[in-house]
Ligand binder design. Structure first.
Ligand code: ATP
Length: 238
C-alpha cells in the first residue's frame, strides 16, 4: 500500500480481565474506503473506540500520519484530523440541528473556517439545512445519521471512522448512507467503516478486513472478501 494514512500494528485491548482484541494489524490507505466486517461482539466497536482514544490499548501501535497516537487523548486525535461517528449516532436530541453541527467544530484546528464548513455540510445534506432550527431528537433515524456525519465533517477530518452507520435504518436510507460514503471518498476523504451490512459495505470497499473473535481472519480487496467462501457463508447468507 503506497500512501498509508493509518496503520495499526499488533494491537491488543482488554476490558479488565476480558481480552477483546488480539494482535490486530490494519492499514488504511489515504483516499480509500476500508471496511471492517465481523459478527456481533467480534470487536469492531472496540477497535473504533481504541482508534478514537476512548479505550486504552493494552499493547500495540497506532500510527496516524506517521505518528504513534496510541496513547494520545481523544481531543488531541480529533484536533489531529481523526473523527469518530459513533454507533447509535449520539446526537444531542434537545439541541437543534445547527447546534449539534457547531459542536463538531470545537477543536482549535476546526474553529477557523467554521462557517464555510457549515455551508459545505448544508450543501452536502440539504435536509439538515431545511431542518437547522429543529430539535435533533425529532429527526428520523436516517436524518440523525446524516447529522452525526455532518457533525463529524465539521471537525475537517482527514480520517472518518464510521461505526455501523446503517444500524436500524430502512433500506432506502442504507442506500443513501452508502452513496454519501462514496461521495465523501470522491471528495478526498479517507473512511474506515465498521458494518454488519456486509454485502454493500464490501461492494463499496477498496480494502476490507474480517474480524472474528477479536482477531483478523482475512484481509484483501472488497471484491476478494465478497468472493471468499467463508465470507459468503457466514456474512452474506449464500
Ligand atoms: P456489535 O456489532 O454487536 O456492536 P462489535 O464487533 O462492535 O459488536 P464490541 O462492541 O467491540 O463488538 O464488543 C466486543 C466484546 O467486548 C463483546 O464481547 C462485548 O461484550 C465486550 N465489551 C464491549 N464493551 C465492553 C465494556 N465496556 N466492558 C466489558 N466488555 C465489553
Amino acid at each position: 500500500m503506497t500512501d498509508v494514512l493509518l496503520s495499526v500494528h499488533d494491537l491488543s485491548v482488554a476490558y479488565g480481565q476480558v481480552q477483546v482484541l488480539f494482535g490486530v494489524d490494519l492499514a488504511v490507505a489515504r483516499g480509500s474506503v476500508t471496511t471492517l466486517i465481523g459478527a456481533n461482539g467480534a470487536g469492531k466497536t472496540t477497535l473504533m473506540k481504541t482508534l478514537a482514544g476512548m479505550v486504552a490499548p493494552r499493547s500495540g501501535t497506532v500510527l496516524f500520519q506517521g505518528r504513534d497516537i496510541a496513547h494520545l487523548p481523544s481531543h488531541a486525535r480529533v484536533d489531529g484530523g481523526l473523527a469518530l461517528i459513533p454507533e447509535g449516532r449520539l446526537v444531542f436530541g434537545g439541541m437543534t440541528v445547527e447546534q449539534n453541527l457547531r459542536l463538531g467544530a470545537i477543536a482549535p484546528s476546526a474553529r477557523a473556517g467554521h462557517d464555510e464548513m457549515l455551508a459545505e455540510v448544508y450543501r452536502r445534506f440539504p435536509r439538515l439545512q431545511e431542518r437547522r432550527h429543529q430539535r435533533a431528537g425529532l429527526m428520523s433515524g436516517g436524518e440523525q445519521q446524516m447529522l452525526a456525519l455532518g457533525r463529524g465533517l465539521m471537525a475537517r477530518p482527514r480520517l472518518i471512522l464510521m461505526d455501523e452507520p446503517t444500524l436500524g435504518l430502512a433500506p432506502v436510507m442504507v442506500r443513501k448512507v452508502f452513496d454519501t460514503i462514496a461521495e465523501l471518498r470522491a471528495a478526498g476523504f479517507t473512511i474506515l467503516l465498521a458494518e454488519q451490512n456486509a454485502r454493500v459495505a464490501l461492494e463499496i470497499a477498496d480494502h476490507a478486513t474480517l474480524l472474528e473473535n477479536g482477531r483478523i481472519a482475512m484481509t484483501g480487496t472488497g471484491a476478494e472478501l465478497l468472493a471468499a467462501p467463508a465470507v459468503r457463508r457466514a456474512y452474506l447468507g449464500l
